[in-house]
Design a binder for this molecule. Structure first.
Ligand code: TXA
Ligand code: MG
Length: 322
């Protein structure tokens, strides 16, 4: 794929970016913190492309970028503390982790199946793109996995060139470090990641204490938590046959031996498309998360491309429970 670098000030920049995003494609976008690798957050296949493009993918939860509090309120529950923070710092380098709203259009691949969603309203063209699209933009930093976050368009091109059709060049990022991530609670703010908004500023704007996650890896790194991905039943991986009464998560066109005995089958991608499988993974696990479902067999998934991330999540779902 040829990657085009286009000035964010070009007259047709926003229109072309939005057309690509609406078609489920990726666009590299400037924000005041770092450049983001953006996709429509409500489109599972588009979000899957993000993980694919970053390479050695892992389905970590992503930040959803919105133009304003009004769109945020269609995605998440906005309590009084969150409203106060948005008033003080949006648009700006502050991300809030908020309870996902019932019926939220954010795709579960963007939240990694969590009950919360990270949201921020960035400055500049990123918010305008989300407004024009009418949907939130999921965007991690636009670097290949394991490399530093890019703060100019040339770095994005060097890191990800060939893996996305368009990068908007908005010049160097003003802030240059990622956004601050906070979890607003009724009487305090939990600082999940230090970033563009300082601790003292957060305290001053809200009058609330700002605390660290206190060694709570569960809050700190939700993407690493087994339990978030695990249905209540036992998960058996690389199943080449199905025991009577087992529920089956299948992949590809080939039948699994004994699959007629399965209580139910969901095929992540009957055609064997890993992007489609990634987009459906968390919904499949959630769909089989019920007290009466005690055993789930999962057919082998190839380890190539997005398969690595799919298998990583499946291994976590299958890990022994603490
Ligand atoms: O400045 C930024 O925040 C940049 C620009 C592009 O907006 N984005 C960014 O995204 O740094 P990323 O994917 O590199 O980092 C997102 C962080 C991850 O550490 C992830 O664990 C956390 O946000 N996160 C996302 N959803 C979360 C959630 N529901 N709960 C807790 N943390 C979450
Ligand atoms: Mg990053």
């Amino acid at each position: 794929m040829k990657t085009e670098l286009l000035s964010a000030d070009a007259p047709d920049a926003a229109r072309r970016a939005v057309a690509l995003l609406a078609a489920g494609e990726l666009v590299g976008i400037p924000t005041e913190t770092v450049y983001g690798l953006a996709a429509d957050a409500t489109d599972g296949a588009a979000v899957a492309r993000i993980f694919e493009a970053k390479g050695r993918p892992r389905f970590n939860p992503l930040i959803c970028h919105v133009p304003d509090l009004a769109m945020a309120a269609t995605l998440a529950e906005i309590g009084p503390v969150a409203a106060m923070l948005a008033e003080a710092f949006w648009p700006g380098p502050l991300t809030m982790v908020l309870p996902l709203k019932e019926g939220s259009p954010v795709h579960p691949l963007a939240t990694a199946g969590l009950a919360t969603v990270a949201i921020r309203a960035p400055q500049g063209i990123a918010g305008r793109l989300a407004a024009a699209l009418g949907r939130p933009l999921a965007a991690p930093s636009a670097n290949p996995s394991g490399r530093v976050s890019p703060t100019n368009a040339g770095q994005v091109l060097r890191g990800l060139g060939g893996r996305l059709p368009l990068i908007l060049d908005g010049g160097p990022c003003e802030v240059g470090v990622e956004s601050t991530i906070v979890l607003p609670e009724a009487d305090r703010l939990v600082l999940l990641r230090a970033g563009g908004v300082g601790r003292a500023e957060l305290a001053r704007a809200t009058g609330l204490p700002v605390v660290d996650p206190a060694g709570d890896a569960a809050i700190n790194a939700p993407g690493q938590l087994t339990s978030h991905y695990a249905p209540s039943g036992r998960v058996r991986l690389d199943a080449t046959d199905v025991a009577p009464g087992e529920y089956l998560i299948a992949f590809g066109p080939a039948p699994v031996a004994g699959q007629d005995r399965a209580a139910a089958i969901v095929n992540l991608s009957p055609s064997g498309d890993l992007r489609e499988a990634a987009a459906g993974l968390f919904a499949a696990l959630a769909g089989f998360d019920a007290p009466e479902i005690t055993a789930i067999a999962v057919a082998p998934i190839p380890q190539s491309g997005l398969g690595e991330a799919i298998n990583d999540r499946l291994r976590r779902a299958a890990a022994p429970r603490g």
